[in-house]
Design a protein around this ligand. Sequence first.
Ligand code: ZN
Length: 257
Amino acid sequence: MRYLILSDLHSGLEALESCLALARGKYDAVVCLGDIVGYGPDPAPVIDRIRQLKPAVIRGNHDKACCGITDADDFNDWARIATYWTRASLSDDRLAFLRDLPQGPARVGEFDIVHGSADDEDQYIMNSGQADPLLKEQDRWIVFFGHTHLQGGFSLDSKGASRCIPMIGAAPLTRNDGSPDGSALTLQLVKGSRYLVNPGSVGQPRDGDWRSAFAIFDDGARRVKFYRTAYDLAATQEKMTKAGLPPPLIRRLEHGR
Ligand code: ZN
């Protein structure tokens, strides 16, 4: 099976459509790691598009806040303004969809999906120090996570050596810049190793690359392909301006921060 792994869409319709266009024909099922809404200008169309795809899905912290399961007290001012704007712009039916999203972890095929981590859906896994204990605990050989908006992840081999993915310019990733797929990095997964993999963020990447991110996991071939794709950033930013969303949230998109 080939799984299209999407995370942190954040109401970015142009970004989502660009990912789906690039992924077309390359996957059999869709997986969504949460944060469908929050920050961006198109919560309703993005919810509707995701529902059409019938993904295996879990909720993210912004989904929880936007539908009122949690208040947005732990968010910064800009995120809180966007949360209230999102809540006010969604119909009861779409708010109910967000409210009914299951909490991770969830099992999909032979892997697990989480928003933050298996221990805490709001945890940020930013470095090997945080990833290693989770890798040692996990009972699946591969777990997909989101929340950090950083494409890549962590691995632990059978000898207990941990690594950060991607390791720039080093194995096991190969760069296929010239491929018609656009920008893709391939991670060949090694039997006996454990992996925590982040597909990156569709709607608000924070790794310095503004382009939309996603991944495709082929469990039979034991391979993850990481993709980046340009989208109509100006259109998204214009909608945000019209909606009166905070300028820092609009500007950060072009910096990938
Ligand atoms: Zn997020």
